[in-house]
Design a protein around this ligand. Structure first.
Ligand code: 5RP
Length: 225
């Protein structure tokens, strides 16, 4: 069993009957979804899920998990999702994909948000290995880009896979991938980007995660708030 699978399985142990469970997006989240399906099949676990992306909804549906739409929920019991980076403060960088908005909504709506990651994703400062993905309204991208540059950001619109246009998220936003070498405090950067007009959402998840489960060489450690 690899570390992604191991950490996903550790989080799945926290799922109990009658919970409404938020499903993250990515390869680690896929292992979590598969484990929920296994527990439903083998242990008779009774849950309902809500997905952070179409791909996760498809995974859940294919494995016979009950799904409700995001627009029908207020709170959820538990959200489990992966991350691209995490720091000592349990701040995460997420959003390599296209589903930041739903991911952050579910992280915020959850009574408990467990983030799951391999130890190699640990960083000293958020944004160390990846640019910060910042979703912007398409018509506002130049103005938002200018505001972010004024904060010291460097970066540009994310190209599409064919490199003949721009990446469009599942909400129809563009993505600016920006690096801020001048700001090392993730909380400060979170606030500054939140306050930028035209920004729909961004990949810094600060103060949202109740527990971070880290897998390293076949062992999982749990870090609760
Ligand atoms: C998607 C995400 C993912 O959770 C993150 O990219 C980690 O992915 P993986 O589990 O495949 O390593 O934030 O928006």
């Amino acid at each position: 069993m690899n570390d992604k699978q191991l950490v996903a399985l550790a989080a799945a142990q926290y799922v109990q009957n009658d919970m409404l469970v938020g499903l993250g997006t990515g390869s680690t989240a896929n292992y979590f979804i598969a484990e929920l399906a296994r527990r439903q099949r083998d242990e008779g676990l009774k849950i309902t899920t809500v997905a952070s992306s179409t791909i996760s909804a498809q995974q859940a549906q294919a494995q016979n998990l009950a799904i409700v739409a995001l627009e029908h929920i207020g709170r959820i019991d538990l959200y489990v999702d992966g991350a691209d980076e995490f720091d000592s403060d349990r701040t995460l960088l997420k959003g390599r994909g296209s589903d930041l908005v739903k991911e952050k909504l579910l992280a915020k709506a959850a009574n408990e948000f467990i983030a799951v990651a391999e130890a190699g994703k640990r960083v000293d400062r958020i944004g160390q290995n990846y640019a910060i993905p910042i979703e912007v309204m398409p018509y506002a991208w130049q103005l938002a880009h200018k505001s972010l540059e004024d904060l010291g950001g460097l970066g540009d619109l994310r190209p599409n896979a064919a490199k003949d246009g721009f990446w469009i998220t599942s909400h129809g936003s563009y993505v600016l991938d920006m690096r801020f070498a001048n700001i090392s405090d993730a909380q400060q950067l979170n606030t500054l980007i939140n306050n930028t007009p035209g920004v729909v959402e961004h990949g810094i998840f600060h103060g949202l995660c109740d527990a971070l489960f880290i897998a390293e060489n076949g062992t999982v450690s749990e870090h609760w708030a």
